[in-house]
Design a protein around this ligand. Structure first.
Ligand SMILES: C[S@@+](CC[C@H](N)C(=O)[O-])C[C@H]1O[C@@H](n2cnc3c(N)ncnc32)[C@H](O)[C@@H]1O
Length: 278
């Protein structure tokens, strides 16, 4: 896509220039934006794959769940999220947290919580009477989340566990988040994981699924700093478009009475929010 736009823009610019039109700068500027994306974000994507380190895990095979691309370097992950979001991580986390409509006293679970940043952003909404729990199969990410939370004085509990075998009783949470994790899961694990998230939700509970999605417009694609990261990141990982009818029909089948979708930053990051009736 980027190659087609670059070639098209370059050709249009050259034709206009040869015809003496001053409009040649418009397509040239477009080509410049694309090339800047390629250099800056391509470089960052290289760093992501090179240093944060994903490793596939085939799963336990003993009925305890498993399977997915695990991350193992909490410090570098946090650093790269800051870079990838162009310093807007705080805004991104607020957007995610607001989707769940959290209240004082809510019990919150974050599935594949990584370094726990989302749970920490949720803390002020649930107050001291709320509970913040995360599950994460990578022991290094769990340790990173616990350390960061203790440094900030925020009481979160993180368990080493898989999304498709949650270690919690039925109906134990008011809100369940799963952010930027589904594309790390093999296709066959995703549905089981979503069923597990539904199982642990109470009546009235909210499920917030956030992941990469295809941009809705060329303009959104061009202006979103996250686009190339999405394209590069998706090689080999089989990104599941969150607006897929399959996801919506699964949520309906699981009893979610209301299902909404929204997007952050040029539409490349999308959310699907399911709400259970009381
Ligand atoms: C891109 S990170 C997202 C972390 C965090 N949710 C966030 O928003 O920053 C994806 C996380 O999913 C975890 N993961 C991979 N496979 C998983 C699985 N089967 N169950 C739960 N988490 C998994 C990885 O270890 C990694 O920490």
């Amino acid at each position: 896509m980027a190659a087609i736009l670059t070639a098209g823009g370059g050709a249009a610019s050259l034709i206009l220039y040869l015809h003496g039109s001053s409009l040649w700068v418009a397509p040239a500027a477009g080509v410049g934006i694309i090339l800047a994306h390629l250099v800056v974000f391509g470089g960052i994507a290289f760093l992501v794959t090179r240093f944060v380190g994903g490793r596939s895990h085939a799963g336990g095979g003993h009925g305890h769940g498993g399977g997915g691309l695990l991350l193992h370097n909490p410090g570098k992950y946090d650093c790269l999220v800051g870079l990838l979001t162009l310093g807007r991580e705080g805004r991104l986390r607020r957007w995610m947290v607001d989707l769940a409509g959290l209240k004082e006293g809510d019990a919150v679970l974050d599935v594949g919580c990584g370094t726990g940043t989302l749970l920490m952003a949720a803390a002020e909404h649930v107050g001291q009477s709320g509970t913040l729990r995360g599950v994460e199969p990578s022991s290094e990410m769990c340790a990173g989340a616990r350390l960061k939370a203790s440094e900030r004085g925020i009481p979160i509990e993180v368990a080493e566990a898989w999304a498709d075998a949650l270690p919690h009783p039925d109906a134990s949470f008011d809100a369940v988040f799963c952010t930027l994790v589904l594309h790390h899961l093999p296709k066959d694990v995703r549905e089981t994981a979503i069923r597990e998230m539904r199982r642990v939700l109470r009546p009235g509970g909210r499920l917030v699924l956030v992941d990469w999605q295809k941009p809705r417009s060329i303009w959104g694609a061009m202006t979103s700093g996250l686009l190339l990261i999405h394209i590069l990141h998706s090689f080999g990982s089989g990104v599941m478009p969150l607006d897929s009818p399959e996801l919506e029909s699964l949520l309906k089948q699981l009893g979610f009475g209301s299902i909404d979708r929204s997007a952050f930053s040029g539409s490349v990051m999308g959310a699907t929010v399911g709400r259970l009736a009381l």
